[in-house]
Write a protein of this length. Structure first.
Length: 353
């Protein structure tokens, strides 16, 4: 563990906090252009020279030269070391962190096993897609190219009752670990298990640091019995409202200071393939405050582009209400009735979008 905590744990804590919110607990800040200004807490002054950047998540005092990020601010204000500052911030964000001094901390080991299990599941699903010609044909019929399949690590869950369960068992994962992941379910008739996802295109949900934490699955054929989309349940490593699908890729392609937020996995994939590489999705739900703070960490402007039906427009209104107060410029891109970003970009093209 670097400095006692893993990079993933540190990133999780930092992303769950906003520097303006935290510093506002110690300093009265006022908006001044793109910055926030206040009196420096590290030296006496009458004229505010302490600047906080929400965009960069940094602070700097023009009077005494003090400066740094969220962690260094807490370290200096509370006289804490690095590990204790992370622990303090985790408590503010209500995030559980194991004791870094306990090398064999059971909770930490369980979480790491879940990360590895999900990574193995993603590899399995991708391998099944490469083997399944009909599943590939389905994606090709939707206009998804082979390069895009690899970029988003798309996969396929076969119709087998317990294909993933048997694969993960072979790889050394216990029944309880698989049940905890939510990727398999306990049989009501015996001690066996069956796969949650079957006959679905699989979309790995990946953190900004590149770790698989869950999946979305889409049926390849219409069904009256099963939902078209199915998502992983929340577990020890996955809280739906704190992540955005595609942000792990979009964060490296933000050039104009904005993110386009859409509803679905296919919307993100089709937009990226067409050249709109700053698109992310809210995992099938209306945007949450946690997702809004995550967006704010990377950009100052968000464009909401939801489906053109009534449900999509309601979700857009809820999204605006959630984002209000996060110091984001909010814009709306309305699509024709009945259209979603996936449909529109394929039929009308990038220029029209």
């Amino acid at each position: 563990m670097g400095r006692g905590y893993t990079e993933e744990q540190i990133q999780q804590v930092v992303e769950a906090n906003d520097i303006v919110d935290v510093i506002s607990q110690y300093v009265t800040l006022k908006k001044s252009g793109s910055q926030y200004m206040g009196r420096c807490p590290f030296h006496n002054e009458k004229t505010p020279s302490f600047s906080v950047s929400a965009e960069k998540q940094l602070y700097h005092c023009f009077g005494c030269g003090a400066g740094g990020n969220l962690i260094t601010f807490v370290m200096n204000m509370e006289n804490l070391n690095f590990i204790d500052a992370i622990k303090h911030l985790s408590q503010i964000a209500n995030i559980y962190l194991p004791d870094p001094k306990a090398e064999n901390d059971a909770e930490s080991i369980k979480r790491e096993r879940q990360y590895k299990l999900h990574r193995e599941a993603a590899l399995y699903f991708h391998k099944m897609l490469i083997k399944d010609i009909p599943a590939q044909r389905y994606l090709f019929s939707r206009g998804i190219q082979e390069e895009t399949i690899k970029k988003f690590a798309l996969g396929y869950s076969t119709s087998k009752f317990d294909g993933l369960f048997k694969h993960l068992s072979y790889k050394g994962y216990t029944r309880q670990e698989m049940l905890d992941s939510g990727l398999v379910l306990a049989s009501k008739r015996d001690d066996g298990c069956y796969d949650r996802f079957r006959s679905r295109i699989m979309f790995p949900i990946v953190t900004v640091t590149g770790r698989v934490i869950g999946f979305g699955g889409r049926l390849t054929e219409k069904s009256e019995k099963y939902p078209k989309y199915l998502n992983s349940p929340e577990n020890a490593i996955f809280t739906k409202g704190n992540h955005l699908y595609g942000l792990n890729i979009a964060k490296n392609n933000i050039k104009d200071g904005k993110i386009i937020a859409v509803e679905g996995y296919m919307d993100v994939i089709s937009l990226h393939q067409a050249g709109v590489k700053n698109a992310v999705a809210s995992l099938g739900t209306a945007l949450t405050k946690g997702q809004g703070r995550l967006i704010k960490r990377y950009v100052d402007e968000v464009v909401l582009c939801y489906d053109g039906d009534e449900a999509g427009q309601r979700a857009m209104i809820r999204g605006i209400e959630v984002l209000d107060g996060l110091d984001l410029s909010i814009k709306v891109l309305r699509l024709p009735a009945g259209k979603d970003p996936d449909d529109f970009i394929k039929k009308e093209g990038l220029k029209a979008f």
